[in-house]
Design a protein around this ligand. Structure first.
Ligand code: TXE
Length: 493
């Protein structure tokens, strides 16, 4: 680890429009370089409570919830433009802190801008319904109102992007928020919140408290002054969040892990499918909730497919964040690398075959936390690598005979986030799109799409949706209002 230098960026919490003086700090050493790159305030229960109070005041007494959709839309568009202006700077912060290649981080910032722009459009058209068939003297209204103060808990794999799957939708709905970024990757949340203040988001509408899940995230979950929690992270922590939130009957949205399948039929365009299967598992070095970490390949093409896939995987360039040619980067921290390597080892011990990878990368990359792109063949559904989320650059291959077996294998998981199907047969494509139990199904593409489509899962992958119209509605409550006009028939005639 490098010595602390004066140019290491240091951030305090942003509460009620002010940056708080920093006391205790958390050091962030980039897993891509081994260098100390940032220092974040180590939040306390009191810090979190102060931020909740600021959000509460901004929501209850401030102007934000009373602004028009057009005003909110303009501010969100201004914020999108401000983020676009700082694209390179923001991308570099995420690249360093996550350890991801800079070109991927740029893509994340582009996606972030897309969410702000789309939420701006939704802010304009947020509306309820009018019921005119309830009888001559009645008019029924359904009114969409902001849910109130939202606690937004963000993980480390896509710090800016996941912030943008939550914050602009909350703002479009008229909410005030407290953001708890990951303790590993907090810079872009603070930088974007500073930009929000510059473009006119009122003080207290977005607050950021950095620090650990326990106590900062937990305080958001427990507080009776937080009306809704949107959480992205592990299934175990998500379950703790849901249990904690139940004590105050708080609604939660949970976007948890996944164990997605890339399902390749013999009639697929094999060049596309090979490319897709690689991208599905190696994008973001496999640290992606919608990864296609299981490869289900039809047995008639399996040998050729795996041979070509393995050749391509061996050519993939792994490198530090600023390496423009790197396709894969580092893992988030040492402990995580140990978990990933341990799971690869478990597969070998359970009888699977390593086709490529499987080791820690040393040499020029020994200062960071790098694991080779790995493909494992001969995987069975009872193996740990088939069942557990690895969250690393590890693809587990298994063969199937026909569509029925492919569906059964794909659904044989406690998760249900996303799956991808590669076939040129429309009947097969439609059959699987219906039969796969997941929040998303891709056909002849993978890890794809924009802010229009909902993000979320079923089963152990959680509930609730982010992005799209549904993502906006998560931040609202639906109120019914019945209006009687004219003289009433007395209740007690
Ligand atoms: O997640 P945590 P971790 C999966 C992936 C990964 C595993 C563990 O499999 O290997 O989870 O990662 C905050 N109350 N995903 O340990 O703990 C925490 O500070 C409230 C999938 O990093 O779930 C961070 O901000 N909040 C995933 C966030 O929760 C708490 C992305 C996520 O951390 C808390 C990341 C608590 N008690 C990991 N404890 C995805 N769905 O994309 C922690 N946190």
């Amino acid at each position: 680890m490098s010595a602390i230098t004066a140019d290491v960026r240091t951030y305090g919490h942003l509460i009620g429009g002010e940056e708080k003086p920093v006391e205790q700090l958390i050091d962030r050493v980039s897993p891509g370089t081994g260098q100390l790159v940032a220092r974040f305030a180590d939040g306390t229960v009191a810090d979190a409570q102060q931020a909740i109070a600021a959000a509460r005041a901004a929501f209850d007494d401030g102007p934000w919830r009373h602004t028009t959709g057009a005003e909110r839309s303009r501010i969100l568009l201004d914020l999108a433009a401000a983020i676009r202006e700082r694209r390179e700077q923001l991308a570099l912060l995420d690249a360093e802190e996550v350890g991801k290649p800079i070109h991927l981080a740029r893509g994340d910032i582009d996606g972030t801008i897309g969410h702000f722009e789309y939420a701006a459009a939704l802010a304009q058209q947020l509306h309820g319904d009018v019921h005119t068939n309830l009888g001559p003297n009645y008019t029924g209204l359904t009114m969409r109102e902001p849910v109130g103060v939202a606690g937004l808990i963000v993980p480390w794999n896509f710090p800016a992007l996941i912030y943008s799957q939550k914050v602009p939708y909350a703002l479009a709905a008229g909410c005030a928020v407290v953001v708890k970024p990951s303790e590993f990757t907090s810079s872009t949340a603070i930088e974007m919140t500073r930009l929000a203040a510059e473009v006119g988001v009122p003080a207290g509408v977005i607050n950021v408290v950095t620090g650990y899940g326990m106590p900062v995230g937990q305080t958001l979950v427990d507080s009776p002054d937080v009306d809704f929690v949107s959480f992205t992270g592990s299934t175990a922590t998500g379950q703790r969040v849901a249990t904690g939130a139940a004590k105050t009957t708080k609604r939660v949205s949970l976007e948890l892990g996944g164990k997605g399948a890339t399902i390749v039929f013999e009639d697929a365009d094999l060049d596309d499918a090979i490319d897709g299967a690689l991208f599905a598992v190696f994008f973001n070095t496999g640290q992606c909730c919608v990864s296609g970490s299981r490869l289900l390949v039809q047995e008639s093409i399996a040998d050729e497919f795996l041979a070509r896939l393995t050749r391509r995987a061996k050519e993939l360039h792994v490198g530090p964040p600023t390496d423009e040619d790197a396709r894969l980067g580092a893992l988030i921290h040492e402990q995580h690398a140990e978990k990933v390597l341990g799971l690869i080892e478990s597969a070998k011990q359970e009888g699977a075959t390593l086709l490529t990878g499987g080791r820690r990368l040393e040499g020029e990359l020994s200062d960071g936390v790098f694991v080779e792109p790995t493909i494992i063949d001969g995987v069975r559904p009872d193996m740990r690598v088939f069942r557990e989320e690895i969250f690393g650059p590890v693809l587990c291959a298994i063969r199937f005979r026909d569509a029925e077996e492919a569906i059964a294998l794909a659904n044989d998981t406690t998760y249900g986030l996303a799956n991808a199907v590669w076939t040129k047969n429309i009947d097969t494509a439609m059959r699987l799109s219906h039969a796969l139990r997941s929040g998303t199904v891709w056909v002849n593409t993978t890890i794809d799409g924009g802010p229009q489509l909902p993000i979320g899962g079923v089963k152990g992958s959680g509930y609730g949706r982010e992005a799209g119209q549904a993502g906006l509605e998560e931040f609202t409550e639906l109120k019914g209002c019945l209006i009687h006009t004219g003289k009433r028939v007395p209740y007690y005639g």
